[in-house]
Design a binder for this molecule. Structure first.
Ligand SMILES: [Zn+2]
Length: 240
């Protein structure tokens, strides 16, 4: 995998721009789900990158994650952003896509994830389809082109994803207006929760023997979102 966050979202966001009616939140959630299994252990072998698991793993998790992001994460924490465009994501809650739209978007997001993976891993479709291209000599310290592409995608796609997110956020403001400001007490409470979520995520990301790199990072990210969403739900409950 190129890094799960941002590098996997950059390739799905243009589709949201192409078909604005797609459920963008589910698209983004779906594009992260195939790697979710790694959060538990490198050794939990959920074949989330192939076949039936698109329907039994990526789809239900993608729908659940999209729901949580739409209702208990973005509307709660996006208003804290210092950037106006990103505050616009609080408005995602104003749209209620159909479950069909959410499902298609989540599946498409995870399929896109796997396609990107295929061109950034040895023994995957990319190297098998284009053996000559993938056989070219790459400079040290890279093992092969697939590994080089992983790093290139991870670095190059992050700013692209952020730029596309900023554009989409601005459109949300254009469509639904600016987000109403929070009271100082409310801001403080939400920042405190975010801080606690980052702290607990960092604790969960401490590597354990034999855990490799991906598992601690994904474990940390999962913990962060779990804490933030749990409290996010409580904040929403209180404010309605
Ligand atoms: Zn992957």
């Amino acid at each position: 995998m190129p890094f799960t966050f941002l590098s996997h979202q950059a390739p799905v966001l243009p589709f949201k721009r192409l078909w604005p009616r797609m459920d963008g939140v589910a698209l983004v959630a779906g594009s992260a789900m195939p790697d979710f299994a790694f959060a538990f252990s490198r050794h939990v072998n959920v074949p989330s990158h192939e076949g039936a698991m698109f329907f039994f793993w990526n789809l239900p998790l993608g729908i659940a994650a999209a729901y949580a992001l739409r209702h208990a994460f973005l509307p709660v924490y996006a208003p804290l952003s210092p950037f106006r465009n990103f505050r616009g994501f609080a408005q995602v809650v104003r749209r209620r896509p159909s479950i069909f739209n959410t499902s298609i978007s989540a599946i498409f997001g995870s399929f896109n994830h796997v396609m990107v993976d295929h061109f950034t891993h040895e023994n995957a479709l990319g190297p098998r389809w284009f053996p000559r291209v993938y056989g070219i000599h790459v400079p040290e310290p890279f093992r092969d082109l697939a590994q080089l592409l992983q790093v290139v995608f991870t670095i190059a796609f992050a700013p692209i994803a952020l730029a596309l997110f900023a554009k989409i956020g601005r459109e949300k403001i254009g469509e639904f207006g600016d987000v109403s400001p929070l009271s100082p007490a409310d801001r403080r409470a939400r920042w405190a929760v975010l801080g606690a979520a980052v702290f607990l995520g960092a604790l969960a990301a401490i590597p354990t023997p034999g855990s490799g790199f991906a598992t601690p990072v994904l474990r940390g990210a999962t913990t962060f979102f779990a804490v933030a969403i749990l409290f996010g739900g409580a904040f929403r409950q209180r404010s309605t």
